[in-house]
Design a binder for this molecule. Structure first.
Ligand code: MIC
Ligand code: SF4
Length: 641
């Protein structure tokens, strides 16, 4: 039987298990990436494993998120990461070198390899045929230690691309179409594999936009084949030796299938406050825009920036719009400055920001109260920009640039003659901002600033687990709700006690107080709880607050793994109606847990209402053990004893 691309890579990395959808498998991880907002915690966890040198083919630590230095905290974290990286043979991409996913694509990604990254947009690497998966920092730490990564074998979903995009329609519109059809939970347990004649019409950066934002579908990852287009891209990056063809077999089978006719797509926009609220741009024309932000790991490639420069050329940004542009990497920024395109942007009135995440994670450029901001980013969750009342729309660079000029959401097709931008046959290659530590350097002193606190550690399961239902939230709660991140909070990613005062505050202001007063308890949630980022802090902070279990209608993949890795029970209502019965401050109790934990159903008593609920605990043996022994670190230590 023929294999598809995802199955081929999984098969060649399979350490344990069978490739049967839903069954647990373990795969070898070739490469890892971390960024600074999840990295500090990941390296603190890595250090506890007591390993001298990372055991991967290549691990890279990037600095791209926490780049505002309004106090010593971020700079201290950077110094910690830089020194810990040097000590353990990890490459270090210095601040200014670019966004991890963009730099990874340019300089490190290898078709056919596996990559595990402590960032949910790690699947960007699928644009060159890597199996690239986002995970919590602890999973990445363990992979750096040479241990396999466990997932349930995903269903591989074939997305057959037909035809080619019309002028002014862009790769962003393909992924917005996917989100429109499948929603933010449509990808849970799936890998999206793009095939068909339309694939060869898409460049690597276009493919990477699609695989990047596949994270918003909740997918395990997304992947394109490695073909001549990838070959040309790697050649232009001076990395031809990293290339190999990876194509699906002719008789490859898929678990699901859909088709997108590229020629039928229109420019589209995702409306506030969810990436799946997608409408055609024509429905929004005339909406006044106050801010336009171009960049992020979704749309900051050289090709995207060149489109923007050409749209802005010789024009001036509308007087009511603030336009910011963050090129994705130093490579992109240098090329733009050398070929004069940067000048075109500056002349048009753009505010050029550092090559980093910037406004995407609320690190500056929060919009005005009630403002409308149109962004080329991938997430528009309420409050993520730093302004709760702001309305964030997501769109292609073409729509963003056109709207910056007119001051209204604008259909780029009105700009007239289509752009013709050539993919460079040679990118500018300069890796001087990457500190290449090839071997362990035991003598390096790891510098730990005063803001770096130890992280909470889970405890083994006890027989009676009880407490109050501290809060009850609705569907699609994001990790940005559970553990908000913005310029004020990101500096404290290595200080869990500090962060604990902000946990779930966007949903329930009193949650931290209630958790502290009651020595912990439970969270009651709707569908797709924990969607969005990979931040382990959304589990570590609840652990610190004494949260013992989350009762939800369903969970997002990475967050569920993070909960289990930290010994918190992710329980799913067998009967979703029970969600309605539980009220805030009801007293809940689970008895005989040392026995119950072996079952797929755990019985919960509501002492206040004298009711019982069946909660599904559908996990693998290994996950059961993590809950029993108190999380992944304890399990790994037990395994190596
Ligand atoms: C995000 O886009 O939400 C982030 C910030 O990159 C996160 C990581 C984090 O919270 O540090 C992600 O996507 O995983
Ligand atoms: Fe950075 Fe935004 Fe990409 Fe997250 S989504 S990695 S914050 S650019």
């Amino acid at each position: 039987m023929g294999l598809n691309v995802a199955q081929k890579i999984i098969k060649s990395h399979l350490v344990k298990g069978e490739m049967i959808p839903g069954k647990e498998i373990a795969i070898r991880i070739d490469r890892t990436l971390t960024q600074d907002s999840t990295g500090t915690m990941a390296y603190l966890q890595f250090e506890t494993l007591g390993i001298d040198k990372v055991k991967t083919k290549r691990s890279v630590a990037y600095i791209d998120h926490n780049i505002l230095q309004s106090g010593p905290e971020n700079a201290d974290d950077h110094l910690y990461i830089q020194t810990v990286a040097k000590k353990h043979g990890i490459y270090f991409s210095r601040p200014g070198n670019g966004i991890c996913h963009q730099v990874n694509l340019e300089r490190f990604g290898v078709p056919g390899d596996t990559l595990l990254g402590s960032d949910s947009h790690t699947p960007t690497g699928g644009g060159i045929g890597m199996l690239a998966i986002g995970a919590g920092g602890l999973d990445v730490a363990v992979a750096m230690g040479g241990k396999e990564y466990y997932i349930n074998m995903p269903r591989v979903f074939k997305v057959n691309l037909k035809g080619r995009l019309n002028s002014w329609v862009s790769a962003k519109d393909i992924i917005l179409e996917m989100l429109k059809r499948l929603t933010v939970k449509g990808g849970v347990g799936r890998i999206f594999e793009y095939t068909g004649e339309g694939v060869k019409t898409l460049s690597v950066p276009e493919r990477a936009t699609i695989t990047n934002m596949g994270a918003e579908l909740g997918a395990t990852t997304s992947i394109f084949p490695s073909d001549d287009v990838v070959h040309e891209f790697l050649k232009a990056q001076g990395r031809e030796k990293d290339f190999s063809y990876i194509q699906p077999d002719e008789d490859a089978l898929y678990d699901d299938e859909m088709e997108i006719d590229l020629s039928l797509l229109e420019p589209m926009v995702a409306c506030p406050h969810s990436p799946d609220k997608v409408v055609s741009v024509s429905e929004l024309e005339g909406v006044r825009v106050n801010q336009v932000c171009i960049g992020s790991c979704t749309n900051s490639s050289y090709m995207d920036m060149m489109k923007v420069a050409n749209i802005l050329k010789g024009k001036i940004v509308d007087e009511n719009v603030s336009l910011t542009i963050s090129p994705g990497s130093r490579q992109v920024l240098t090329m733009l400055s050398k070929n004069g395109s940067l000048a075109l942007m500056i002349e048009a009135g753009a505010r050029i920001l550092e090559s980093a995440c910037g406004p995407c994670i609320g690190m500056g450029q929060s919009p005005a109260t009630n403002a409308v901001s149109i962004r080329t980013f991938n997430r528009n969750f309420e409050g993520r920009s730093g302004t709760k009342s702001a309305k964030i729309y997501l769109a292609s660079p073409e729509i963003a640039a056109a709207s910056a000029l007119t001051g209204y959401i604008t259909d780029p097709r009105k700009l007239g003659t289509p752009l013709e931008i050539e993919m460079p046959s040679k990118f500018l290659i300069d890796d001087n901002m990457i500190i290449k530590s090839e071997s362990a350097q035991k003598k390096v002193r790891v510098v730990r600033g005063p803001n770096i606190k130890s992280f909470p550690k889970a405890k083994p399961l006890v027989d009676i687990v009880e407490g109050k239902a501290l809060t009850k939230v609705g569907d699609n709660i994001t990790t940005d709700h559970i553990m908000p991140s913005n310029s004020k909070l990101l500096p404290y990613r290595s200080n869990i006690p500090y962060l604990s005062d902000y946990c779930l505050v966007p949903c329930d202001e009193d949650f931290p107080k209630k958790a502290k007063e009651n020595s912990g308890g439970f969270i009651i949630a709707g569908d797709n709880y924990g969607q969005g980022s990979s931040r382990e802090h959304a589990a570590l902070v609840p652990l610190y607050l004494g949260i013992k279990a989350v009762f939800a209608k369903s969970f997002a993949r990475i967050h569920r793994e993070n909960l289990i890795n930290n010994g918190i029970l992710p329980l799913v209502f067998e009967n979703p109606k029970d969600y309605e019965s539980i009220e805030i401050m009801d007293e809940l109790k689970m008895e005989n847990m040392l026995r119950q934990v072996e079952n797929n159903i755990i019985v919960v008593k509501n002492k206040t209402k004298d009711e019982k609920y069946n909660m599904l605990f559908d996990v693998t043996l290994r996950q059961r053990n993590m809950i029993k022994y108190g999380g992944l670190l304890n399990l790994v230590k037990k395994d190596t004893e």
